[in-house]
Design a protein around this ligand. Structure first.
Ligand code: ADP
Length: 498
């Protein structure tokens, strides 16, 4: 199913009106209560290609009520684990069977290269759902070592209704982490996709129902953050919030929880990932390739993108040259052309923001080593060249703030201590990398780096089996792995007198 079509065929399919544009509540497509819709403007060429239901508080109420009904009725959480596993495995299969449809929606919404949408976004979403399905009949409780006159059983129970709010950079993958874990644990879910990328979630949810997920267990409310997102955050009948997005909005979710029912909140937020490249980097070509792909992939719109290079001064020139060499093969192109490796920035607002950061780098005295301009492979679209700044000083905005664009800032250092200090001097702590051939130094630096994931002599390797999340203001809680399921459950102790 995942072999690629030609550009002409993708263009033909892109011209067909989008089939699913309404809210998905209680196993059905419905209009927003207000009747309102909003435009989907494609970043590929700036044209409006669909209108989508604009859900708000009234629709969130409906979706939460449906989720609550399904949860209380026990249609999902009380079903046999083997049955729930079979349903989720069927869902993963349906995702694969609809790979082209899902991928096209992702590319039209956010401008990802179509081959990435097919081979990475949709494929990972299916893999993630499949992996969570497999956990369902492998979760055991515990018997605690209490005095022999008693038996205590410690079990994990679902929390109830989960509200998930996700961003636009990896709409399907991030949704599959949260919805997959929440459903595997027996919860019911209301998902609010980002307003820039509402479409794939609607088909994703419909396929779950077609796989046998009971109505109401997974609902999707499309709409804007301050209305639909805030209503979900503040809802008193939501038992947990799972959020991925900016640190600023993540803090709103803590407030929403505090001002409503004190529900738990998991947050996966921003990042400013450093690559610490030491003098004894074992393979400069491998480092250059990993660094370039790690910051330019998805046009830099990745929370853990490696946006800061903290490099030993003696190898900076050579490393930057090699990074430029890799970047030459990573230029923005038409996202619907299957050979394109770099697509668009998500929308015009974000495009202006990225260009503004590039301007600030120049104004603060950093040098543009590569790129630095808007590109125009398709007229009217939102494209930026892979950009590298050198002579960056710690504290410059391009070194400090999350840009969410294809911009690398290189800071030269003279020793390991300075490298670690600068790498850690950020409010964020999502990822970090160190490049060295000295095993002991690698371990010491990896320990010293304050981040949820540290890569050694590699970058951006990830898997559903490893936890993903941040230290410091990059968030709290984890997506992926069995640890993520803990975040969607409560521990219950049953104490029995014998
Ligand atoms: P990004 O910077 O990646 O666009 P945001 O944090 O702005 O990330 O958005 C991530 C998600 O949070 C989106 O689904 C968006 O609609 C939602 N969101 C944005 N603002 C708010 C808000 N004030 N309250 C609730 N949700 C919000």
């Amino acid at each position: 199913m995942t072999d690629l079509l030609t550009r002409d065929e993708w263009l033909r399919r892109a011209a067909v009106p989008v089939a699913r544009t309404r809210l998905w509540i209680d196993g059905d497509f419905v209009d927003a209560a207000s009747g309102k819709t909003f435009e989907c403007v494609g970043p590929r060429d700036g044209a409006t290609f669909a209108r989508v239901a604009e859900g708000d508080a009234a629709d969130v109420d409906r979706a939460v009520a449906a989720a609550r009904r399904s949860f209380e009725a026990g249609v999902w959480r009380e079903a046999a684990p083997a049955h729930r596993k079979a349903v989720m495995l069927r869902w993963a299969q349906l995702i694969r069977e609809h790979a082209h449809e899902l991928a096209l929606l992702e590319t039209l919404n956010v401008g990802k290269p179509i081959s990435d949408s097919v081979k990475v976004d949709v494929e990972y979403a299916a893999t993630n759902v499949q992996w969570y399905a497999e956990t369902i009949d492998k979760m055991y409780g515990e018997v605690a070592p209490v005095p022999r006159d008693s038996l205590t059983i410690v079990e994990r129970e679902p929390l109830g209704v989960v509200g998930a709010v996700v961003p636009w950079n990896y709409p399907l993958i991030i949704s599959s982490w949260k919805v997959g874990a929440a459903l595997a644990a027996g919860n019911s879910v209301v998902l609010k996709p980002a307003e820039q990328s509402p479409l794939s979630a609607l088909l994703f949810a419909e396929l779950a129902t077609r796989a046998g997920l009971p109505d109401g267990c997974f609902n999707v409310v499309t709409g804007f953050g301050p209305t639909a997102g805030a209503a979900l955050g503040r809802h008193a009948d939501v038992d947990k919030l799972a959020f991925t997005g900016s640190t600023e909005v993540g803090k709103y979710f803590l407030r929403y929880a505090a001002e409503s029912n004190g529900k738990p909140v998991s947050l996966e937020l921003g990042g400013k990932t450093p690559h610490v490249v030491l003098r004894d980097c074992p393979d400069l070509d491998a480092a250059a390739s990993a660094i370039a792909w790690g910051v330019f992939y998805n046009s830099g719109q990745t929370c853990h993108a490696g946006t800061r290079l903290v490099v030993d001064r003696t190898i900076e020139d050579e490393l930057l040259e090699r990074i430029s060499g890799v970047a030459a093969g990573l230029q923005p192109g038409d996202p619907l052309e299957p050979t394109t490796t770099m697509g668009t920035i998500v929308d015009r607002v974000q495009l202006e923001r990225v260009l503004g950061y590039i301007e600030s780098g120049r104004a603060e005295g950093a040098d543009v080593h590569l790129g630095g301009r808007q590109a125009h492979p398709v007229q009217g679209g939102c494209y930026v060249e892979p950009t590298v700044f050198r002579n960056v000083r710690p504290g410059m905005r391009i070194e400090r703030e999350e840009i969410f664009g294809p911009v690398l800032a290189s800071v030269a250092v003279d020793d390991v201590d300075a490298a670690v200090r600068i790498a850690n001097d950020t409010p964020y702590g999502l990822g970090a990398a160190v490049w060295t051939r000295d095993l002991s130094r690698a371990h010491k630096v990896a320990r010293a780096l304050r981040a949820g994931t540290v890569w050694v002599n590699t970058f951006d390797r990830s898997s559903i089996v490893t936890p993903f999340g941040g230290f410091k203001q990059s968030g709290t809680g984890r997506d992926r792995s069995m640890h993520s399921i803990e975040g969607y459950t409560n521990l219950k102790t049953t104490w029995i007198q014998l």
